[in-house]
Design a protein around this ligand. Structure first.
Ligand SMILES: [Zn+2]
Length: 391
């Protein structure tokens, strides 16, 4: 029987909810799943239920005191003062009932995805509930409590001893994941994000390259505000290819935040559906070329949950399943169900038409600047490869 990818999913993913008005809304995962079902691309046999990550697993990267604090926060037993030192109870990352359990399930989903692929049950796996890249060792940040990607990478290192390439295309810098592996030459991270000049978390400059043995295994590609599809994709594909060639990973993990779209309310990038079609196509091709197809995809940010995220994330699954993107009109029954609640009119088709935003006057300068940033970002691995070829 042909092996098919695994779609990690639970209705309980929506329990990870800070409050009714919070921009981080896991209803996006439900909408994506239903869109794929309506399109006839996702069936029950693809769906794998996530396990819950144990405290031992969370403690692979998180401080036990922090885990205890999250548990207490979820039971209403953490004082505001104590919460503050753990980054909890802030406007971004408020405390909510059951937050430890809800966050542990998202991490467990990413571990389930990893095991599906590394135990050869599935060629690729997708956990759209995960991708919470801002979680730190003892601190919640930017809507992220536990860092599922970091737990999963440490789990792969401990259990499977494989080399991991982590590629993060969220509009925000993947600061949490980077922080856990900054010393580690067996884990390579690449984050492409809007420059931190005007955007949270402010880090992710080219000069952050890792330390000690890990020097040269952290890559940051901060792109300009108002970057459009062509420039985004050009630097993404070049960086991904060259870094994979340089690092030679055994498995690739992608974080697929969908907040670089021009409709996204929290960022200033200007991509369209075109970017979200190419991102997984490139990931699949590179995974096939370098790691026998082993690829785990995660979700991430994405705050236009109506017009952007379900279409963007569905394309990752479509590429995993078929190698192709979805085109044409969106399924009518899906639109009919969700348009009742949507504050904006839902798109008609998988692809954005033209005219989504006003032409960007500085386009040539932005493109040139991003190309320069790419060259600086890759300089280290280019030099190193040149050097090793002379040896
Ligand atoms: Zn983001």
């Amino acid at each position: 029987m042909k092996r098919e990818p695994a779609f990690i999913y639970s209705d309980a993913y929506t329990d990870y909810q800070f409050n009714a008005d919070h921009p981080f809304n896991q209803q996006r995962v439900v909408m994506t799943k239903e869109l794929l079902e309506a399109e006839g691309k996702l069936f029950d046999h693809h769906i794998v239920h996530p396990r819950v990550a144990s405290v031992e697993e969370l403690a692979l990267v998180h401080d036990r005191q922090y885990i205890e604090a999250v548990k207490r926060a979820g039971n209403g037993q953490l004082s505001e003062e104590d919460a503050w030192q753990y980054g909890l109870g802030t406007e971004d990352t408020p405390m909510f009932s059951g937050m430890h359990e809800a966050a542990s399930l998202l991490v467990g989903g990413t571990l389930t995805a990893i095991d599906s692929v590394l135990n050869n049950k599935a060629p690729q796996a997708l956990n759209l509930g995960g991708g919470l890249h801002h979680g730190f060792k003892r601190k919640a940040s930017g809507f992220c409590v536990y860092n599922d990607a970091a737990v999963a990478i440490k789990y792969i290192r401990d259990r499977y001893r494989l080399r991991v390439l982590y590629v993060d295309t969220d509009a925000h810098h993947g600061d949490g994941v980077q922080s856990f592996f900054y010393h580690d030459p067996e884990v390579c991270t690449l984050s492409i994000h809007e420059t931190g000049r005007y955007l949270f978390p402010g880090t992710g400059s080219i000069s952050e390259r890792g330390v000690k043995e890990g020097y040269g295994y952290t890559f940051n590609l901060p792109i300009d505000a108002f970057t459009e599809d062509d420039s985004f994709l050009s630097v993404y594909e070049s960086a991904f290819k060259e870094i994979t060639e340089y690092f030679q990973p055994d498995i690739i993990i992608t974080q697929n935040g969908a907040d670089s779209h021009c409709y996204d309310p929290l960022t200033h990038l200007c991509t369209t559906t075109k970017t979200f079609e190419s991102i997984p196509m490139v990931a699949r091709k590179i995974a096939e070329q370098y790691c026998e197809g082993r690829w785990v995809g995660l979700g991430g940010g994405g705050y236009d949950i109506w017009r952007v995220v379900p279409r963007a994330w569905s394309q990752i699954w479509s590429v995993m399943l078929t190698g192709n993107i979805l085109t044409g009109p969106l399924p009518v029954e899906w639109k009919r169900k969700w348009e009742v609640n949507s504050p904006v009119s839902l798109p008609e088709s998988w692809q954005d038409g033209g005219g989504l935003y006003k032409p960007i006057p500085r386009k040539p300068e932005i493109t040139e600047k991003n190309q320069l940033t790419l060259n600086q970002c890759l300089q280290y691995c280019r030099n190193k490869r040149q050097f090793s070829s002379l040896e």
